[in-house]
Design a protein around this ligand. Sequence first.
Ligand code: ATP
Ligand code: MG
Length: 189
Amino acid sequence: MKIGLMGGTFDPPHIGHLLIAEQAKEQLGLDEVWFLPAKLPPHKQSTITSATKRLQLVQAAIQSNEAFFVSDIEFEREAKSYTFDTIRELKSRYPEQDFFFLLGADSLVNLDTWYRAEELYEEIRFGAVARPGNQYLIPEGARVTAVDMPLLEVSSTDIRQRVARGRSIRYLVPEPVRQLIEEWKLYAT
Ligand code: ATP
Ligand code: MG
Protein backbone atom coordinates (compact mmCIF):
# COMPACT_ATOMS: atom_id res chain seq x y z
CA MET A 1 0.00 0.00 0.00
CA LYS A 2 0.97 3.61 -0.53
CA ILE A 3 0.66 5.66 2.64
CA GLY A 4 0.82 9.43 2.98
CA LEU A 5 2.21 10.78 6.24
CA MET A 6 0.76 14.13 7.25
CA GLY A 7 2.97 15.60 9.92
CA GLY A 8 2.10 18.72 11.83
CA THR A 9 1.45 20.43 15.10
CA PHE A 10 -2.29 20.52 14.44
CA ASP A 11 -2.94 23.22 16.99
CA PRO A 12 -5.68 23.04 15.74
CA PRO A 13 -6.15 20.90 12.60
CA HIS A 14 -7.90 22.88 9.85
CA ILE A 15 -9.33 22.53 6.35
CA GLY A 16 -5.88 23.13 4.81
CA HIS A 17 -4.53 19.97 6.40
CA LEU A 18 -7.51 17.95 5.21
CA LEU A 19 -7.28 19.33 1.70
CA ILE A 20 -3.58 18.44 1.46
CA ALA A 21 -4.35 14.90 2.59
CA GLU A 22 -7.25 14.44 0.20
CA GLN A 23 -5.55 15.95 -2.84
CA ALA A 24 -2.33 14.04 -2.16
CA LYS A 25 -4.31 10.85 -1.79
CA GLU A 26 -5.88 11.34 -5.19
CA GLN A 27 -2.87 12.67 -7.07
CA LEU A 28 -0.24 10.33 -5.61
CA GLY A 29 -2.58 7.34 -5.63
CA LEU A 30 -2.33 6.82 -1.88
CA ASP A 31 -4.41 4.18 -0.14
CA GLU A 32 -4.37 5.90 3.24
CA VAL A 33 -3.14 9.05 4.94
CA TRP A 34 -1.80 8.83 8.46
CA PHE A 35 -1.80 12.04 10.46
CA LEU A 36 1.17 12.36 12.80
CA PRO A 37 0.73 15.02 15.47
CA ALA A 38 4.14 16.05 16.75
CA LYS A 39 4.75 15.75 20.45
CA LEU A 40 7.35 18.44 20.98
CA PRO A 41 8.03 20.00 17.60
CA PRO A 42 11.74 20.81 17.44
CA HIS A 43 10.99 24.02 15.51
CA LYS A 44 8.21 25.19 17.79
CA GLN A 45 8.91 25.52 21.47
CA SER A 46 5.66 27.21 22.41
CA THR A 47 3.00 24.65 21.67
CA ILE A 48 -0.01 25.78 23.57
CA THR A 49 -2.24 22.74 23.54
CA SER A 50 -1.34 19.40 25.13
CA ALA A 51 -0.36 16.47 22.95
CA THR A 52 -3.38 14.48 24.10
CA LYS A 53 -5.80 17.21 23.16
CA ARG A 54 -4.19 17.76 19.75
CA LEU A 55 -4.48 14.02 19.15
CA GLN A 56 -8.19 14.19 19.94
CA LEU A 57 -8.61 17.25 17.74
CA VAL A 58 -7.06 15.37 14.83
CA GLN A 59 -9.27 12.39 15.51
CA ALA A 60 -12.29 14.67 15.40
CA ALA A 61 -11.06 16.27 12.17
CA ILE A 62 -10.63 13.02 10.24
CA GLN A 63 -13.49 10.95 11.68
CA SER A 64 -15.61 11.17 8.54
CA ASN A 65 -12.90 9.94 6.17
CA GLU A 66 -12.33 6.20 6.20
CA ALA A 67 -8.92 6.50 4.51
CA PHE A 68 -7.54 8.88 7.13
CA PHE A 69 -5.94 7.68 10.36
CA VAL A 70 -4.09 9.29 13.22
CA SER A 71 -0.94 7.84 14.76
CA ASP A 72 0.39 8.66 18.20
CA ILE A 73 3.82 7.29 17.32
CA GLU A 74 5.51 10.62 18.05
CA PHE A 75 4.13 10.58 21.59
CA GLU A 76 5.87 7.33 22.43
CA ARG A 77 9.29 8.89 22.71
CA GLU A 78 10.37 10.89 25.70
CA ALA A 79 12.13 13.77 24.06
CA LYS A 80 11.76 15.69 20.81
CA SER A 81 10.11 14.13 17.83
CA TYR A 82 12.23 14.29 14.72
CA THR A 83 10.61 13.32 11.43
CA PHE A 84 13.70 11.30 10.55
CA ASP A 85 13.27 9.07 13.63
CA THR A 86 9.55 8.71 13.10
CA ILE A 87 9.96 7.63 9.50
CA ARG A 88 12.69 5.15 10.39
CA GLU A 89 10.43 3.71 13.06
CA LEU A 90 7.40 3.49 10.77
CA LYS A 91 9.44 1.84 8.03
CA SER A 92 10.75 -0.79 10.41
CA ARG A 93 7.27 -1.47 11.80
CA TYR A 94 5.59 -1.54 8.40
CA PRO A 95 8.31 -2.67 5.97
CA GLU A 96 5.81 -3.54 3.25
CA GLN A 97 4.32 -0.03 3.00
CA ASP A 98 5.41 2.67 0.58
CA PHE A 99 5.47 5.96 2.51
CA PHE A 100 5.23 9.54 1.25
CA PHE A 101 5.66 12.54 3.51
CA LEU A 102 3.21 15.34 2.81
CA LEU A 103 3.98 18.99 3.46
CA GLY A 104 3.34 22.59 2.50
CA ALA A 105 5.76 24.94 0.77
CA ASP A 106 6.78 26.64 4.04
CA SER A 107 8.02 23.30 5.35
CA LEU A 108 9.51 22.32 2.00
CA VAL A 109 11.71 25.41 1.89
CA ASN A 110 13.11 24.52 5.34
CA LEU A 111 13.53 20.82 4.68
CA ASP A 112 17.31 21.09 4.34
CA THR A 113 17.53 22.34 7.94
CA TRP A 114 15.65 19.32 9.33
CA TYR A 115 17.48 16.79 11.47
CA ARG A 116 19.58 14.47 9.25
CA ALA A 117 18.04 16.00 6.13
CA GLU A 118 20.29 14.25 3.61
CA GLU A 119 19.46 10.85 5.05
CA LEU A 120 15.79 11.79 5.25
CA TYR A 121 15.81 12.38 1.48
CA GLU A 122 17.05 8.83 1.02
CA GLU A 123 14.41 7.40 3.36
CA ILE A 124 11.28 8.87 1.90
CA ARG A 125 9.63 10.66 -1.01
CA PHE A 126 7.66 13.86 -0.49
CA GLY A 127 4.39 15.26 -1.76
CA ALA A 128 4.31 19.04 -1.48
CA VAL A 129 1.63 21.67 -1.95
CA ALA A 130 1.97 25.40 -2.52
CA ARG A 131 1.18 27.78 0.33
CA PRO A 132 0.35 31.47 0.01
CA GLY A 133 3.26 33.72 0.91
CA ASN A 134 5.84 31.00 0.45
CA GLN A 135 8.24 30.18 -2.34
CA TYR A 136 7.98 26.69 -3.76
CA LEU A 137 11.60 25.55 -3.59
CA ILE A 138 12.66 21.93 -3.81
CA PRO A 139 15.85 21.27 -1.83
CA GLU A 140 18.57 19.56 -3.81
CA GLY A 141 18.48 15.81 -3.37
CA ALA A 142 14.90 15.62 -2.14
CA ARG A 143 12.45 13.58 -4.20
CA VAL A 144 9.38 15.80 -4.35
CA THR A 145 6.17 15.37 -6.30
CA ALA A 146 4.05 18.49 -6.61
CA VAL A 147 0.50 18.10 -5.36
CA ASP A 148 -1.88 20.64 -6.79
CA MET A 149 -4.54 22.29 -4.67
CA PRO A 150 -6.24 25.68 -4.47
CA LEU A 151 -4.11 28.15 -2.54
CA LEU A 152 -5.57 28.39 0.91
CA GLU A 153 -4.61 31.19 3.21
CA VAL A 154 -5.52 29.29 6.36
CA SER A 155 -3.23 28.58 9.28
CA SER A 156 -3.54 27.32 12.84
CA THR A 157 -1.97 30.57 13.99
CA ASP A 158 -4.72 32.57 12.31
CA ILE A 159 -7.40 30.30 13.78
CA ARG A 160 -5.98 30.66 17.30
CA GLN A 161 -5.98 34.44 16.86
CA ARG A 162 -9.55 34.47 15.62
CA VAL A 163 -10.70 32.49 18.64
CA ALA A 164 -8.77 34.79 20.96
CA ARG A 165 -10.54 37.79 19.40
CA GLY A 166 -13.94 36.15 19.66
CA ARG A 167 -14.28 35.77 15.90
CA SER A 168 -15.89 32.87 14.04
CA ILE A 169 -13.85 29.89 12.88
CA ARG A 170 -16.81 28.00 11.48
CA TYR A 171 -15.85 26.35 8.13
CA LEU A 172 -12.15 27.03 8.74
CA VAL A 173 -12.04 23.87 10.86
CA PRO A 174 -14.28 20.80 10.67
CA GLU A 175 -17.36 21.21 12.84
CA PRO A 176 -16.37 18.53 15.41
CA VAL A 177 -13.04 20.36 15.88
CA ARG A 178 -14.84 23.67 16.35
CA GLN A 179 -17.02 22.07 19.01
CA LEU A 180 -14.05 20.70 20.94
CA ILE A 181 -12.28 24.06 20.79
CA GLU A 182 -15.39 25.63 22.27
CA GLU A 183 -15.91 22.90 24.88
CA TRP A 184 -12.29 22.99 26.04
CA LYS A 185 -12.14 26.78 25.78
CA LEU A 186 -8.94 26.57 23.75
CA TYR A 187 -7.12 29.68 22.50
CA ALA A 188 -9.37 32.06 24.37
CA THR A 189 -7.54 34.73 26.30
P1 ATP B 1 0.89 27.08 12.61
O1 ATP B 1 0.31 28.37 12.12
O2 ATP B 1 0.66 26.81 14.07
O3 ATP B 1 2.31 26.86 12.18
P2 ATP B 1 -0.05 25.55 10.36
O4 ATP B 1 -1.34 26.00 9.81
O5 ATP B 1 1.20 25.95 9.63
O6 ATP B 1 0.02 25.92 11.90
P3 ATP B 1 1.10 22.99 10.89
O7 ATP B 1 0.57 21.99 11.83
O8 ATP B 1 2.28 23.81 11.29
O9 ATP B 1 -0.13 23.98 10.47
O10 ATP B 1 1.40 22.37 9.47
C1 ATP B 1 1.40 21.03 9.14
C2 ATP B 1 1.70 20.91 7.65
O11 ATP B 1 0.62 21.44 6.89
C3 ATP B 1 2.95 21.69 7.20
O12 ATP B 1 3.65 20.91 6.26
C4 ATP B 1 2.36 22.93 6.54
O13 ATP B 1 3.22 23.42 5.53
C5 ATP B 1 1.07 22.41 5.96
N1 ATP B 1 0.03 23.41 5.84
C6 ATP B 1 -0.74 23.91 6.83
N2 ATP B 1 -1.62 24.80 6.37
C7 ATP B 1 -1.42 24.89 5.03
C8 ATP B 1 -2.03 25.67 3.96
N3 ATP B 1 -3.01 26.54 4.22
N4 ATP B 1 -1.55 25.49 2.71
C9 ATP B 1 -0.57 24.61 2.47
N5 ATP B 1 0.06 23.86 3.41
C10 ATP B 1 -0.36 23.99 4.67
MG1 MG C 1 3.09 25.78 10.52
